[in-house]
Design a protein around this ligand. Structure first.
Ligand SMILES: CC(=O)SCCNC(=O)CCNC(=O)[C@H](O)C(C)(C)COP(=O)(O)OP(=O)(O)OC[C@H]1O[C@@H](n2cnc3c(N)ncnc32)[C@H](O)[C@@H]1OP(=O)(O)O
Ligand SMILES: CC(C)C(=O)C(=O)O
Length: 587
């Protein structure tokens, strides 16, 4: 046999790559830091979060949220613990304006929450925006204008000076109008975003931000939020981190600046960009739950928060009922969260494949032992489970969905499902036998075997006389009753067994070293040769009428196979298990 070392069949795609340029090659946007510090840093605490679900998220919806859906989203964000919430673009529509007014008039914004509203740098829009805030306790106006060359040239037909002047004049207008309109009761703050920051020449972006700061005059107790958006994500996240570190180093009055990130996800690396940007010195992140937002979305606040959680860092946001969060977001946005979405998707804690299920099952067993050794103190034992980066229970998921069985599954998954839903702890060789039986079903019918279906397959195979799932009883033998008396010669067990053998009631009497030995001898009277090879049992529930499960591996006329019995009496459960094995052998 030859071994293959290289795949050599790749060929040029023929796609028009000549149209594109490497972003990193532009020295105006790539600071080319050789002394960057972010790669050696660690994130040790949560940043300030701003949810822009009601603005950037909302403006990206086919059908923007109505007042009722906006309110439901707002209340969710407050419940989860977001302290900065962008509640809309009040100048965009009457719905947005009225929503802001309703929050102000109903006093619906908790004292520790600051709302924010977005506006273009156009006086009439600024006025309308600030008018919406009257009576609000704490509010930020967020003003933006695009600063990147293609926007200056193509969209605004403005040179650098005029673009900077738009930002400066807009800021002046905000300050002047807010002073005129908002009363003493409103704590008023300001945020500026050079939109399309990532494509803007860095020196120029810095210059515009400085000019805006000169108007706002940040100082102690008067911060400015400077938000540096990856309006369209354009490069690998390390480049965004370099840009952020460069800005953070070069901004004057840095101690009065809340340096904010606003990543989008066009290249699918919004989360990575946000995390590297934090390492690079940012203080604050703007995003949306489950990454709603323009095109491929804003950065996902759920993933960012739970990424922190998985590292033992408090996200300062409550994700303990992730399904409720997801349901509310789906209702409000009328968009589905993908089943594979990190942390919140339907399938993200689920394993179908055999080796994963096996490892998870072993992981749960090992963890239970460690927790027991720690005196039952769950949080004293570090989470370290195969394939599960966080404990699904911590976000309100049950363990039932962790393992789902289909044609890719093995014994571990099948055993896990029976154990978690029916509390049956099958011996290893029985797991292997059952897995083969389940595999035949999945091969024949495809699809998933859920817990109910698995139980019906199991009951039909091993418990044919249990009135489970309305299954037809089958099998040569049915056990009607047994009477055990001890005290035979030499302390032998003396047993009377009543069975129905192919429709005929038989009363069999026998003796043996113990009840099982006597039962096997009784069956021999019917012409069946049985030897018990292995035996296991456990209780199924606590209390006086605890039900027992018995598993018996038998050689029946030379054929080795398992039987299962369930009965309130351990002894009867083991007799039933032997009958189960015999019936299976002669089926
Ligand atoms: C990256 C982002 O997400 S930015 C936020 C974007 N969100 C939204 O736009 C949602 C809400 N927007 C709207 O409802 C509308 O755009 C409105 C009500 C604000 C304005 O509507 P209109 O007056 O009809 O203008 P329109 O949306 O077409 O805006 C384009 C004009 O605004 C100018 N403009 C765009 N952005 C800005 C800005 N930040 N500051 C000043 N002027 C701007 C454009 O240059 C253009 O001017 P022109 O007509 O002289 O060529
Ligand atoms: C207004 C700004 C912050 C924005 O939404 C963007 O650049 O994506």
């Amino acid at each position: 046999m030859k071994t293959q070392h290289h795949i050599t069949s790749q060929r040029p795609s023929g796609m028009p790559i000549g149209k594109y340029r490497a972003f990193a090659d532009n020295p105006a946007v790539n600071p080319g830091l050789s002394d960057r510090t972010w790669p050696d840093r660690r994130i040790t605490r949560a940043p300030r979060w701003l949810s822009t679900d009601l603005r950037d998220g909302n403006q990206a919806l086919v059908e923007p949220m109505n007042a009722e859906r906006k309110r439901r989203m707002f209340d969710l964000l407050v419940r989860m613990g977001y302290k900065e919430i962008e509640i809309g673009f009040p100048a965009a529509s009457q719905t947005d304006f009225d929503f802001v007014r309703s929050l102000a008039e109903e006093g619906a914004v908790p004292d520790d929450v600051t709302v924010s509203v977005l506006t273009q740098a156009r006086p009439e829009l600024i006025h309308r925006t600030i008018d919406s805030l009257v009576g609000m306790r704490q509010a930020n106006v967020h003003l933006y204008n695009a600063t990147a060359p293609v926007f200056r040239d193509v969209v605004f037909h403005n040179d650098r000076e005029a673009t900077q002047e738009l930002a400066v004049a807009g800021t002046r207008e905000v300050v002047a109008y807010a002073e005129k309109v908002l009363g003493e009761d409103t704590v008023f703050g300001y945020q500026y975003s050079p939109e399309i920051f990532v494509d803007t020449e860095l020196e120029y972006a810095l210059q515009v931000c400085e000019a805006v700061m000169d108007v706002w005059q940040p100082e102690d107790g008067r911060e400015i939020i400077l938000n540096l958006p990856a309006t369209v994500e354009r490069a690998t996240p390390n480049l965004y981190a370099d840009q952020i570190e460069w800005m953070s180093r070069n901004l004057s009055r840095r101690e009065h600046v809340a340096l904010s990130l606003h990543p989008h996800n066009d290249r699918g690396s919004g989360v990575a960009a946000a995390e590297l940007g934090l390492l690079a010195g940012a203080d604050r992140i703007e995003g949306c739950l489950f990454g709603q937002g323009e095109r491929t979305g804003n950065v996902d606040l759920v993933t960012l928060g739970l990424n922190l959680f998985s590292q033992g860092i408090d996200p300062m946001i409550d994700f303990s009922d992730i399904d409720e969060v997801r349901r509310t977001v789906e209702q409000c946005t009328q968009m589905d969260v993908h089943p594979r979405h990190p942390y919140g998707g339907d399938l993200v804690y689920t394993s179908f494949s055999g080796s994963h299920q096996d490892a998870i099952k072993k992981g749960f067993t090992a963890r239970a032992e460690r927790v027991a050794a720690a005196g039952g103190e769950e949080s004293a034992v570090v989470w370290d489970l195969p394939y599960l980066p966080i404990d699904p229970k911590d976000v309100g998921r049950t363990y039932e969905a962790v393992v789902r069985v289909n044609s890719q599954s093995g014994k571990g998954g099948v055993a896990y499902l029976l154990s978690s839903t029916r509390h049956l702890d099958l011996p290893r060789r029985l797991q292997i036998e059952l897995s083969g039986i389940v595999q035949k079903h999945t091969d024949a019918y495809g699809g998933e075997i859920d817990a109910e279906k698995l139980w019906s397959i199991f009951a039909d195979e091993y418990l044919p006389h249990t009135a489970a799932m309305g299954l037809e009883p089958w099998g040569r033998f049915a056990l009607e009753g047994t009477t055990l008396t001890s005290g035979g010669e030499g302390g032998e067990a003396v047993l009377t067994v009543t069975v129905v053998d192919d429709g005929e009631r038989k009363v069999l009497a026998s003796t043996g070293n113990g009840p099982i030995d006597a039962f096997v001898s009784a069956l021999q009277e019917t012409g069946v040769e049985v030897a018990v090879l292995d035996y296991a049992e456990h209780a199924l529930s606590g209390g006086e009428d605890a039900t027992a499960a018995s598993y018996v591996e038998c050689a029946v006329d030379g054929q080795v196979l398992w039987g299962v019995g369930i009965d309130p009496s351990t002894m009867t459960a083991s007799f039933k298990a032997i009958v189960s094995a015999v019936n299976r052998a002669v089926r």
